[in-house]
Design a binder for this molecule. Structure first.
Ligand SMILES: C[S@@+](CC[C@H](N)C(=O)[O-])C[C@H]1O[C@@H](n2cnc3c(N)ncnc32)[C@H](O)[C@@H]1O
Length: 223
């Protein structure tokens, strides 16, 4: 499965913020999809996630790098300071997004930045082939959490000058099972078959070998 096939996420990150010569914290790195885009020869990246299983999926091409440190840690436990703190599709998974953003702001060195990457909920109901709508087949609480994180970001926007860019990245696969496995986690309150059936209906899939192209509508915020 190819995510962000046109590299639009990494291009936009690089356009928004300088990554070289920075001490970077990535919060909620999961299997390292965004981590890879943050690494340069002249920076250090501490990528944390509180979920052990997700961290096991970080490829060694990332975890073996000498300037990258992957740690099982919740954001609450972080006390060090950084030049750049990145929430990579993770803010809406953290219980109190506003308190989290306020704490992150305090952990910034002088001149430091927060970069928040979140799904863009303003278009998800319009575009059924949006990743967030696929996630919704398994996790009905996702959109509610996204609204809460967006409200927290807006609150921050009233205090600081915040820059935002909307992008549409593309995912592509020809394997429905692979697509479903990206989203399915045992602790979702829905069984895998029900979720898969909903995805088939949502995407109007007739042939399992068809190429599936999905949109990943995201907003990147820089504080
Ligand atoms: C949707 S995943 C995003 C993973 C990855 N960044 C990506 O873009 O594919 C959100 C991640 O945030 C992690 N997470 C949730 N709460 C967290 C916390 N308090 N501290 C650190 N990580 C957390 C979850 O375990 C999960 O791996």
């Amino acid at each position: 499965m190819k995510k962000d096939i046109d590299n639009i996420i990494s291009t936009t990150v690089n356009k928004m913020v300088e990554l070289d010569n920075k001490k970077i914290l990535e919060v909620g790195c999961g299997s390292g999809f965004i981590t890879e885009m943050l690494i340069s020869d002249n920076n250090t990246v501490l990528a944390i996630d509180n979920d052990e299983e997700s961290l096991k999926k970080v490829p060694s091409s990332i975890s073996d790098l000498s300037n990258v440190q992957i740690e099982q840690l919740a954001f609450d436990e972080v006390s060090d300071t950084f030049d750049l703190i990145v929430f990579s599709l993770s803010l809406h998974h953290i219980e109190d997004p506003l308190a989290t953003l306020n704490k992150a702001k305090k952990l910034l060195n002088d001149g430091g930045h927060l970069l928040i990457i979140e799904p863009d909920i303003s278009i998800v109901d319009v575009d059924l082939r949006d990743i967030t709508n696929v996630v919704d087949c398994f996790d009905k609480s996702e959109k509610g959490r996204l609204i809460k994180s967006k409200e927290s970001i807006e609150f921050l926007n009233n205090k600081y000058n915040l820059k935002s860019i909307k992008i549409r990245a593309k995912w592509i696969t020809d394997d429905l099972d692979e697509l479903v496995s990206v989203f399915y986690e045992e602790d979702y309150n829905i069984d895998k078959q029900t979720g898969t059936d909903s995805v088939i209906k949502l995407l109007n899939i007739n042939d399992y070998n068809d190429e599936i192209v999905l949109h990943d509508n995201l907003t990147l915020y820089l504080v």
